[in-house]
Design a protein. Structure first.
Length: 148
């Protein structure tokens, strides 16, 4: 018996316009884009009577990126103050996607986040300034997800 075909309404495709980000509980109205992902680290496992190796999960790598319109120096100042004391601060980042036409809300909290760099100055004449921060994180909690 063939599997039942499922359809979806185009209006239910989630649109990033409805995304939001909080950085240490501060709302970032200037967010342009956000991405967080887990890369699976695996090790090959040989098996008898098989020409293809299997794969064993041996670790996870958690990375993300947030891109912002440059409207203030909040992140620069927070990072600079800590770095001058010889510390790389951990921050909490929460991202949400709440498209009113979608089937639900996605909301994920990321903890133990460390920015990979500190931007002290980055601009070009005639262009609106943006800043992009890549980061690693130690854990995540899915607060809301969308069912199929």
């Amino acid at each position: 018996m063939a599997a039942e075909k499922k359809e979806f309404n185009p209006e239910q495709v989630m649109n990033g316009t409805w995304g939001e980000v909080w950085f240490d509980n501060e709302y970032l109205a200037q967010v342009i884009s956000f991405k967080a992902e887990i890369t699976h680290k695996t090790t090959s496992v040989t098996r008898v009577q098989k020409l293809m190796d299997g794969q064993k999960l041996t670790g996870l790598e958690a990375k993300g990126e947030v891109k912002l319109h440059h409207i203030n120096s909040h992140i620069m100042k927070k990072m600079s103050d800590s770095l001058k004391q010889g510390k790389l601060p951990k921050v909490a980042i929460t991202a949400s996607l709440n498209d009113p036409e979608a089937k639900g809300i996605e909301n994920v909290a990321f903890t133990g986040c460390k920015l990979d760099k500190t931007i002290l100055m980055d601009w070009e004449a005639g262009k609106n300034c943006e800043e992009s921060y890549s980061f690693t994180f130690e854990d995540w909690t899915i607060n809301n997800s969308v069912s199929a």
